[in-house]
Each structure stands twice: as structure tokens, then as C-alpha cells.
Design a protein around this ligand. Structure first.
Ligand code: PMT
Length: 402
């Protein structure tokens, strides 16, 4: 979406906070965002946050003569390539369906000659109400594109349809709208591991770690976006499934190994999962009982299979490019370089996971890519950008070999 212009209309809804992330992500992809904030939207996000993230002024007053002089409401809607309403409240959908033009947002929507996408967000009863459903039908018939909503828990405590689509889904929809990116990895197959593993102690307790799956999921999506047939093997996470990937959900390291082996053959393997190195030797069949006066149980640990090492040594099924990650808390590059040798992978992406780095579960990452040619030090980037950059290098490696 490089060079595209999005007019973003933010209406009132608790989901407005997610819209800030949408701005960040589409700007990372080279699009320009200009915001209109409705009066009710301003109850949930400030013009300052929108202005800071969009690096543009925020429009919120239809009758400002200065605005009309500098950028009339007609121009505002015509200069964009697409109008995106996120969150789109039930009230806004009703106004759009009725063709009202009582404020800047609705005026821009009525005056536009550009496509309109909406990401609805509202309470489940409001979503299901026949009035809202009728408005949706009217808008769809006029060509308005709907992104979501999703089903799930709501801020109001109810459960059901009406949660705004996640920022990643909205960005995916915009990318699909603007047309496909160059499919540099089309015809290739990849396996990506992501998230933590859970190693059972008994049926109710397990050993886990702090991996959120953000980095691994972003890599799977970046590869899929390049046309790669991607299988994402993921431990338990709260990340939405990346669009375009086959997702296999597992719990333990042994499940992850089996799922990866079943996904072979592949051209590319990227092991970003934080796999538990050890598991309990004998997970109890029933819940371990706390016995009054008895000593706490001692856990005997045994080593888990190493998935990265196994894929690197998969003989004639070995992917042509195997990329590992190294999670280190000291001597990051030196330790990762030794790990690359030890595990037999081609590249290793080293990252510092000491608590101060915020790498586990955070949105950004500072990585060092270690290849046969040495170490390349990348600046701090969003995990999405790390993924895009890695996918671009992977594509270049295959293009160079052709
Ligand atoms: O999920 P996020 O919150 O976004 O965090 C991202 C991350 C920090 C988890 C990720 O960037 C990362 O560093 N992943 C690798 C974590 C890890 O387990 O590192 P390690 O140094 O312990 O293992 C080295 C490599 O061997 C990794 O590729 C790992 O997937 C693999 N491994 C490890 C143990 C094992 N039994 N099997 C493996 O395949």
C-alpha cells in the first residue's frame, strides 16, 4: 500500500484504541493516513494521539471556516484512495444508510466518490437488531465493504458478534483492497513455528514461557503475503490466525515436532517458537493432590526433542533454508553464532530476551541476523517489520539461487 492515502473516520466506541494500531501498521507499509474524529470518537481517543501517529492534523469540525478554506470537506474525501470507518458505530452505520450529513464525518462519507470500508464495533444486541441489519444490507448493496465484526467477549461484559476486527485483519483487508503485493515466494512452501509450548505436569498444570507468538505469527504472515504456501505450527497464544496460512495448533514440544514433520517437504523452515527445552519425565494422569503435611512434589525433568535441530538434519527432506531464532540474555551474538553451528541451521535470528528488552510479548524487537557471512545488526523494528525484512531476505536468497 506504498503511497496510498487513507481517510480514516474514527467514531465512538471502546474499540477506537485499536484504531491507533491500524494507523501505525498502515503507515509502516508506506500509506498516508488522514483522520476525521467524530465528537463521540473523541470520548475514546484524543486528537493528539491520532495526530501523532498519522503525523497529520486531525479534522473534527465541519464548520471551521479555516478548514473549509484550506481543505474543504469535499476535497478531504476526494483526495483519499479509500475511506475507512473504524470503529463504525451502529449510529454511524444508520447515518450512512440514511444519507445524513450533519457533521464532517458523515458529510465526507456522503460527498465521496471513493470506495468506503467499515469496521463495525458495537454491542451484540445492537448488531443483531433488525434496524442495524437492515442498514448493513443497504450499505452492502451500495458497495460498502465490511471488515468484521468478530464474535467474542465485549467491553460491556456480554459475549457475541460485534467486536471490531483486529488491527491485523483491518490491515489485511486494506492490503487486499489495494491489490496483491509481488508474490516473490510463489510456488515455495514454508513451515513456521510460533508461540510457547505447554508441558504438562498433570491434567491441570503445565510448564510454559512468556512467548506471545507475535514474532512467529508475523513471519508466517509475511511469507504468506509473498505467495508462499505457509504452515504455521503454533503453541497456545492469543494471536489471531494470520490470513492465508494453514494453522496447526499444538501444546507440547513433541506435538510441535510431529506437526512440523507432517508438514514436510518444505523449502523454508523458520523456528521462532519458544520451545520448552525440558518436560516432566512422567506427567501425572490425575491432578496431583496437595497432601497435608507432605513435602511438595519434586519434578523430574527430561529433555524435549529439538525441532530446529531435527529439521536441520532431516536428510533429503531438509528444507533448503532453515532459519532458527536464538533467545539470549547475555553475549547475544556470540551465543547465537555457536547455536547456529550446534543446531545445524543456515541462519539464526538472535534477540535479547532479558526482561529489560521487552522482547517477549512486546511489539518490537532488536535482532541480529547471523548467516554464513557473519552477523548483520538490525535497528529496533516492530515485529511486523522484522518479519517483512526477513521474508524479503528469504525471497532474495531463493531468487539468487534460481
Ligand atoms: O512470541 P513473542 O512474544 O513475539 O517473542 C518472540 C521470541 C522471543 C519467542 C522469538 O523472537 C524467539 O527468540 N524465539 C526462539 C525462542 C527460543 O526458544 O530460543 P532458544 O535460544 O531457546 O532456541 C533456539 C532455537 O531452537 C529456536 O529457533 C527454537 O525454536 C529452537 N528450539 C529450541 C528448543 C527445542 N526443544 N526445540 C527447538 O526447536
Amino acid at each position: 500500500m506504498q503511497g496510498k492515502r487513507i481517510l480514516l473516520i474514527v467514531t465512538g466506541g471502546i474499540a477506537a484504541y485499536k484504531t491507533l494500531e491500524v494507523i501505525r501498521r498502515v503507515r509502516e507499509r508506506g500509506a498516508a493516513v488522514r483522520c476525521i474524529l467524530t465528537k463521540s470518537g473523541a470520548q475514546f481517543v484524543t486528537p493528539l494521539s491520532l495526530a501523532a501517529l498519522s503525523e497529520d492534523r486531525v479534522y473534527d469540525d465541519l464548520f471551521s471556516l479555516t478548514d473549509e478554506h484550506e481543505m474543504g470537506h469535499i476535497n478531504l474525501s476526494r483526495q483519499a484512495d479509500v475511506l475507512l470507518v473504524a470503529p463504525a458505530s451502529a449510529d454511524m452505520l444508520a447515518k450512512m444508510a440514511a444519507g445524513l450529513a450533519g457533521d464532517l464525518a458523515t458529510t465526507a462519507l456522503l460527498a465521496t466518490d471513493k470506495p468506503v470500508l467499515v469496521a463495525p464495533a458495537m454491542n451484540v444486541r445492537m448488531w443483531e437488531h433488525p434496524a442495524t441489519q437492515a442498514n448493513i444490507q443497504i450499505l452492502k448493496a451500495r458497495g460498502v465493504g465490511f471488515i468484521g465484526p468478530n464474535a467474542g467477549d465485549m467491553a460491556c461484559g456480554e459475549h457475541g458478534m460485534g467486536r471490531m476486527a483486529e488491527p491485523a485483519e483491518i490491515v489485511d483487508a486494506l492490503e487486499a483492497f489495494f491489490g496483491p503485493v509481488v508474490k516473490r515466494l510463489s510456488g515455495r512452501r514454508a513451515i513456521v513455528t510460533s508461540g510457547p509450548t505447554h508441558e504438562a505436569i498433570d491434567p491441570v498444570r503445565y510448564i510454559a514461557n512468556r512467548s506471545s507468538g507475535k514474532q512467529g505469527h508475523a513471519i508466517a504472515k509475511a511469507l504468506a503475503d509473498m505467495g508462499c504456501e505457509t504452515t504455521l505450527v503454533t503453541g497456545p497464544t492469543h494471536q489471531p490466525d494470520p490470513m492465508g496460512c494453514r494453522v496447526v495448533r499444538i501444546e507440547s514440544a513433541r506435538d510441535m515436532l510431529a506437526a512440523c514433520e507432517a508438514a514436510l517437504p518444505a523449502d523454508i523452515a523458520v523456528c521462532a517458537a519458544a520451545v520448552a527445552d525440558w518436560r516432566t519425565a512422567d506427567a501425572a494422569e490425575g491432578k496431583i493432590k496437595k497432601q497435608p503435611g507432605a513435602a511438595p512434589p519434586a519434578l523430574k525433568m527430561i529433555e524435549n526433542p529439538d525441532i530446529l535441530a531435527a529439521l536441520s538434519a532431516a536428510g533429503n527432506k531438509r528444507p533448503a533454508l532453515v532459519v532458527g531464532f536464538a533467545a539470549e540474555t547475555s553475549e547475544v551474538v556470540a551465543n547465537a553464532t555457536a547455536k547456529r553451528q550446534r543446531k545445524g541451521c543456515d541462519w539464526i535470528v538472535a534477540n535479547d530476551v532479558s526482561p529489560a528488552s521487552g522482547t517477549f510479548s512486546g511489539d518490537s524487537n532488536t535482532v541480529h541476523l547471523i548467516t554464513e557471512a557473519g552477523a548483520e545488526h538490525w535497528p529496533t523494528l516492530s515485529k511486523t517489520d522484522v518479519a517483512d525484512r526477513l521474508a524479503a531476505l528469504i525471497a532474495a536468497r531463493f531468487e539468487a539461487a534460481e
